[in-house]
Design a protein around this ligand. Structure first.
Ligand SMILES: C[S@@+](CC[C@H](N)C(=O)[O-])C[C@H]1O[C@@H](n2cnc3c(N)ncnc32)[C@H](O)[C@@H]1O
Length: 383
């Protein structure tokens, strides 16, 4: 029998694939056209009605939210978003549980083949509220140890990334597990910091590590590390990298207290860490990253571009619905945070701070960070 790689083993059956496609299409509709129709509802009906009664528009999302709650279209949207999330975990869970035994057996065979490392910290206290939060409503959350199924937590997360990639048509020409976000982040780094040639790289909040792989592929001579609070994600990340033959170094730790020496890294990146950790720890995370950067080193975080000034009122209301109902508890806390000010308090000089919105498809990502000891070409004003 052929010994399939982990990448080859993640292959939904025909029927599973049909269900994944259905969920992807349902999500695409609910989060796309249906959500957009709430903008129209607001501008044509909700806001004019409120204005007629009060002589002004609703002041903010708090005042606008109850106006939406009695609307059948909003109720339909919320029901569809909630149900599609359930369907996603059911259909991805079906695939992951089916392939898990072969996946684990293969990982056990290839562990150690690439020379990467896995450092777990069983005594690390998992901070609240993140420890007891099931982000994205992932069954078991990010920290479930699934004792007999060590790779299931990472595999479930991975499966949803694949489902979204397929729904966006991104998987047709790219292999399973393609680190597309890492490539995008690297393209932004290349655009703003073409001189950066990192020898040591850290991916903060690297989750299952599939994007960390992209950093190593782009800088094969660099030492590449990934760090996350979640032990199950670190186990998955190690298995995935070893199976690809890439010597990466994964560590379970809190991004506020990483344990690496001062000035250890030339490049620190994060992808969607900052909206998945509670916003009041961001100053400590940025201060730790500042400590870890070598002179000339760069911290660059990529995250959701949902700052209220950029969003319609309807979109602010629906985003906050996701906080209350759909496993995105830190979304608006992050979006409401004035991130460049936190970077300044963490030690980055005003002229070292980076903040910019960078296009991706029809949307954009928010990039923020700083370069130690170098004036940033992209100043706060650009944000
Ligand atoms: C949405 S996931 C992103 C994973 C990965 N960067 C990716 O793009 O696939 C966010 C990750 O941040 C991690 N995280 C949240 N707070 C953290 C903290 N204080 N220290 C380290 N990791 C943290 C979570 O465990 C989770 O794996």
């Amino acid at each position: 029998m052929t010994d399939l790689s982990l990448r080859q083993l993640y292959r939904p059956t025909h029927d599973e694939n049909a269900r994944h496609r259905f969920v992807g299409a349902l999500k695409g509709y609910a989060n796309g056209a249906l959500e957009a129709s709430l903008d129209t509802l607001y501008t044509r009906q909700i806001e004019p009605d409120f204005r007629a009664r009060n002589g002004r528009a609703p002041a903010d999302r708090e005042e606008a939210t109850p106006l939406f709650e009695s609307e059948p279209l909003y109720q339909l949207w919320g029901s569809m978003v909630y149900a599609s999330q359930d369907f996603m975990w059911q259909s991805v869970g079906e695939t992951c549980r089916r392939i898990l035994p072969a996946f684990e057996a293969r990982a056990a065979r290839t562990s150690g083949q690439a020379g990467g490392t896995l450092t777990l910290s069983p005594s690390l206290p998992l901070p609240e509220p993140i420890a007891s939060t099931h982000i994205h409503r992932q069954p078991g959350g990010y920290f479930a140890s699934h004792d007999t199924h060590a790779l299931l937590t990472g595999l479930l997360y991975f499966g949803t990334v694949e489902l979204y990639r397929a729904a966006k048509g991104l998987s047709a020409n790219a292999p399973v597990g393609e680190p597309g976000m890492a490539r995008y982040i690297l393209s932004v780094i290349g655009k703003h910091y073409p001189d950066l040639k990192p020898r040591r790289i850290l991916d903060l909040g690297c989750g299952p590590g599939t994007e960390t792989v992209g950093l190593k592929q782009a800088f094969p001579d660099a030492e590449v590390h990934g760090l996350d609070l979640s032990a199950p994600f670190m186990r998955f990340a190690h298995a995935w990298a070893e199976d690809l033959g890439l010597p990466l170094h994964f560590r379970q730790a809190d991004a506020r207290d990483t344990g690496y020496p001062d000035g250890h890294f030339d490049l620190i990146v994060s992808h969607i860490l900052c909206h998945e950790t509670w916003h009041d720890v961001l100053p400590a995370i940025f201060a730790e990253a500042h400590r870890l950067l070598a002179p000339g080193g760069l911290l660059l975080n990529a995250d959701v571009p949902y700052q209220p000034a950029r969003l319609s009122v309807a979109r602010q209301v629906t985003n906050h619905w996701q906080v209350r109902n759909n496993g995105e508890p830190f979304w608006t806390g992050f979006a409401d945070t004035e991130v460049p000010a936190l970077l300044a308090s963490a030690g980055f000089g005003e002229d070292e701070i980076h903040a910019s919105y960078e296009p991706l498809g029809a949307g954009a990502y928010y990039f923020f960070g700083g370069r130690r000891g170098r004036a940033s070409a992209t100043r706060r004003a650009a944000a």
